[in-house]
Design a protein around this ligand. Sequence first.
Ligand SMILES: [Zn+2]
Length: 199
Amino acid sequence: MPKISHTCSTVNSVDPNAPFLDFEIPNDPTRIEVRRSTRRRRTVSAFREGTTIVVAIPARMSKRDEAQVVPEMVAKVERAERKLRPGDSELGERAAKLSKELFGGLARPSSVRWSQQMQQRWGSCTLDDASIRISSRLQGMPRYVLDYVLVHELAHLLEAAHSERFFEFERRFARAERAIGFLEGWQNAQGDLTDLSDI
Ligand SMILES: [Zn+2]
């Protein structure tokens, strides 16, 4: 089962210019859960609960209708989420704000960008050019979780290794523990994918 792993310092000791290999993650984050409700007659709704998209349908809906409605509703939720996603410029602004609040503005990334390709990590920081990349898989998650990963990568600009000094920097973000708990829970949930999903 994948766990959050910190391999930055290992990578760094071998090659100081290698990007940090933070936070192993599995491939598909979204589970789909169909809830049949006797209180519903016609209405269908869909919403996200953490990493699950819940589709609520009337108890009496036929399997055939369900097979049509559920993918439509999931697509609708994902479209709405894409609209809400902060772009690269907002990501950069957010990193600058966190750097100012927590590090007196000393962590200055040259760029902060979303990465669609980053499937095995939550974030990476390349010391070579001080660039930060953030996995776009964080886009549907709570803001404090995204902020935590940004803080983690920003802290690497001040301290390369996962040293005590590094974690002192990281702990300045008050919700670090909570964010790590969220990411661990998310990853554990992936291991139970087949048991938990209804479709
Ligand atoms: Zn790290």
